[in-house]
Design a protein around this ligand. Structure first.
Ligand code: PGA
Ligand code: ZN
Length: 424
């Protein structure tokens, strides 16, 4: 039974404030959760409530969200069993009463929602992934490691936001992580040798300025070979283009020129012929539904086309995407929708309609590792949580190592099977 809830303002990985919540139960259990924050956010995300007081944290304080938890949520949740997740989340949605959670703030609601789940798991003496996923949760996700950062996550000239390596040839998560870390280190030495910058972007990947986006893929291909692995069998490649960031008035400003939706699709088709790409996220603008449908018709039988800003983990937008065949995979970010219950609903809707799901961090993160457990609980088979560097990224990968260890012989690493369309 929930006996108390406290909230506080803490810092995220970019030095911006975010919400942390602790839930206490009558059996002495105390559990804590923290809320992530995006930079290339979708226009249709639930509202992240910030104070707007320019005198504190450049207006980014979250004291209002913290106060909303303490003044408007806590009293309403006392006495609930922590295992009543759906009732608790629904109660908060009712108190908020808006479609975008702008009354209480999605950051307020999500912090409580996640901390309640963790308290329930701890009280039941279960690991979070087992509590959330039940006895059949056993699939370890492919870590989609973002080892080269561009777009809004870097100060370089690279348009594509994320260049990811997918260790599809490994047989365990532990080996996948090891091989990915080795490629990450090899990439650093490849960059150094070429006199390119080795500073890091927001998600821990390197952030050099490069002549083209394909040049990033060539550098990564070189790093994979240098680390002793083979491109196409040990590793596949994946992109998050985050195209909304460079879309304006009907065209895409890409590699110094102006491109139409069709020209972008042709570009991706060529890229997929040249490189073993398994997944492209946000290839087009978040409102370019017709373009997304054309993209999926053109490439959806070969690769995974992932909606992030397009779907914002929102079952209603995902429903439209299913009906219009606008993608074939859902990116899952808990703070885009703002509660655990609705996150589960979005993933369930995706899987029921033959869509894949990829669990995801935000570019602003904390030491909270909930998404690692969530990935295994829902059987996503894929997680992206940055480079194998920087503790707010690595914390999630490390949690997956612990989960794999706990599952022992029952664990199965998703590997190439996470990308059924891909044939090496
Ligand atoms: P964000 O980036 O957290 O800054 O939105 C991550 C992504 O676009 O997938
Ligand atoms: Zn994205």
């Amino acid at each position: 039974t929930i006996e108390g809830i406290v909230a506080r303002e803490i810092l995220d990985s970019r030095g911006n404030p975010t919400v942390e919540v602790e839930v206490g139960l009558d059996d002495g259990t105390i559990a804590r959760a923290a809320v992530p924050s995006g930079a290339s956010t979708g226009a249709f995300e639930a509202l992240e409530l910030r104070d707007g007081d320019a005198g504190r944290y450049l207006g980014k304080g979250v004291e209002k969200a913290v106060a909303n938890i303490e003044d408007r949520i806590v009293d309403q949740l006392l006495g609930y069993e922590a295992s009543e997740q759906r009732l608790i989340d629904q109660k908060m949605l009712d108190i908020d009463g808006t479609a975008d959670k702008s009354e209480l703030g999605a950051n307020a609601i999500l912090g409580v929602s996640l901390a309640v789940a963790k308290a329930a798991a701890a009280s039941a003496e279960l690991s979070l992934f087992r509590y959330l996923g039940g006895p059949n949760a056993h699939l370890l996700p492919v870590p989609m490691m973002n080892i080269l950062n561009g777009g809004a996550h870097a100060d370089s000239n690279v348009d594509v936001q994320e260049f990811m390596i997918a260790p599809i040839g490994a047989s365990t998560f532990r080996e996948a992580l090891r091989s990915g870390a080795e490629v990450y280190h090899a990439l650093k030495s490849v960059l150094k040798k070429k006199g390119l910058a080795t500073g890091l972007g927001d998600e821990g990947g390197f952030a050099p300025s490069l002549p083209t986006n394909a040049a990033a893929l060539d550098l990564i291909a070189e790093a994979i070979e240098k680390a002793g692995y083979s491109l196409g069998t040990d590793f596949a490649l994946a992109l998050d283009v985050a195209a909304t960031e460079f879309y304006k008035d009907g065209s895409y400003t890409f590699e110094g020129g102006s491109k139409s939706s069709d020209e972008m699709i042709n570009y991706y088709a060529k890229l997929c012929e040249t490189y073993p790409i398994v997944s492209i996220e946000d290839p087009l603008n978040e409102e370019d539904w017709a373009g997304w449908t054309a993209m999926t018709a053109a490439l959806g039988d070969k690769i995974q086309i992932v909606g992030d800003d397009l779907f914002v983990t929102n079952p209603t937008r995902l429903g439209r995407g299913v009906a219009e065949k606008a993608a074939n995979a859902l990116l899952v970010k808990v703070n885009q929708i703002g509660s655990l219950t609705e996150t589960f609903d979005a993933v369930e809707l995706a899987h029921r309609n033959g869509f894949k799901s990829m669990m995801s961090h935000r570019s602003g993160e904390t030491e909270d590792t909930t998404i690692a457990d969530l990935a295994v609980a829902v059987g996503s088979g894929q997680i992206k949580t940055g480079a194998p560097a920087r503790s707010e990224r690595v914390a999630k990968y490390n949690q997956l190592l612990r989960i794999e260890e706990e599952l022992a012989d029952a664990a199965r690493y998703a590997g190439a099977g996470a990308f059924p369309r891909y044939k090496a």
